[in-house]
Design a protein around this ligand. Structure first.
Ligand code: AMP
Length: 317
């Protein structure tokens, strides 16, 4: 195993990509902010099944609101490269801030609507930063496929809209959230948890389970479900940003739960601001966990690209 090729400038990345042959497998981008954990590695593995993977590692300043953790966000490029070595990625694109935002730049990409509620309300400018940096990565690297984690469900819905609106020739894959054994969603920000906070942080996944329980018992009033979830978060000592049940894909906020719904929470535990979510298909009498968007599951994308599925059979759709 050798550490992946490292590209730190746009021109080196373009030169590296130009050497790819026309018959190469599709280029798959996995955007990250580094400090890689098993959640990121699941994205890389899903990407590897589809094509040649480039992982980007860039702590994007424009997606951090003033007063957030941009300065202290963990940066460990060497460890990241070592973690990627056994996975066989084509390259790592790790540009500087100046490379992505050249002096005097003033261009932003804004997706209206989807980025307003939930994290958008609590992190002003966050989603403009996300859509801008992702557009830049798509334009610089020109992947055919890009892989994101459903842990950032609002980000997934925003990018789904952006790709559609800009008519990009890009297929999106949304990978289910990877969790620690006790249910805590993996996140680079879990590093901020100290002592008893680590245990307390499991309250997010437990609160989502309580919301799901209420749905399973037949509760369909959105406000009722949200108050069950928020109460559980507060009992667990978390400082709640939001606990909301919204419709997918538009993140509307109906009075009653029906169809594909996203139960999303954000809360502060100690110095860490953590998010988690659960996506469910709500019918009159039943509730089941469901992908955020059926056409963006790893299996659906493998089928579109004619890639053999896990059992080794060629997809026939
Ligand atoms: P980040 O480095 O936190 O910006 O995350 C980069 C990508 O990894 C995003 O698409 C995230 O949604 C995804 N990701 C982060 N944590 C997880 C997780 N626990 N499970 C699945 N995907 C994740």
């Amino acid at each position: 195993v050798s550490t992946p090729v490292l590209w730190t400038t746009v021109s080196v990345a373009r030169a590296g990509l130009a050497r790819r042959t026309a018959s190469a497998r599709p280029l798959v981008l996995v955007p990250t902010m580094g400090d890689l954990h098993d959640g990121h590695l699941a994205l890389v593995r899903a990407g590897r099944e589809l094509g040649d993977v480039v992982v980007s590692i860039f702590v994007n300043p424009t997606q951090f609101a003033p007063g957030e953790d941009f300065e202290r966000y963990p940066r460990r490029l060497q460890e990241d490269l070592e973690q990627l070595a056994p996975l066989g990625v084509q390259a790592v694109f790790a540009p500087t801030v100046e490379e992505m935002y050249p002096r005097g730049e003033s261009t932003r990409v804004e997706v209206h609507g989807i980025g307003d509620p939930l994290c958008g309300r609590h992190r002003p400018g966050h989603f403009v930063g996300v859509s801008t940096v992702c557009t830049k990565l798509f334009v610089i690297l020109r992947p055919r496929i890009a892989v994101f984690g459903q842990k950032d469900a609002q980000q997934c819905l925003l990018l789904h809209r952006l790709v559609r609106d800009l008519r990009l020739d890009l297929d999106l894959v949304f990978v289910p959230t990877v969790r620690e054994r006790d249910g805590l969603a993996m996140s680079s920000r879990n590093r901020y948890l100290r002592g008893a906070e680590r245990e307390a942080a499991t309250v997010l996944s437990r609160a989502l389970a309580a919301g799901r329980g209420a749905l399973e018992e037949g509760e369909r009033e959105v406000a009722g479900i949200e108050s069950v979830v928020a109460a559980q978060l507060r009992r667990g000592g978390a400082d709640v940003d939001y606990a909301e049940l919204r419709s997918v894909p538009d993140l509307d906020h109906p009075a009653r739960a029906a169809g594909r719904m996203l139960l999303a929470v954000a809360a502060h535990v100690g110095k860490a601001r953590l998010i988690d979510n659960l996506c469910v298909q709500v019918e009159d009498l039943t509730v089941r966990e469901a992908p955020l968007l059926d056409e963006h599951t790893p299996a659906a994308v493998r089928a579109r690209w004619g890639v053999a599925d896990e059992e080794g059979k060629e997809s026939t759709t």
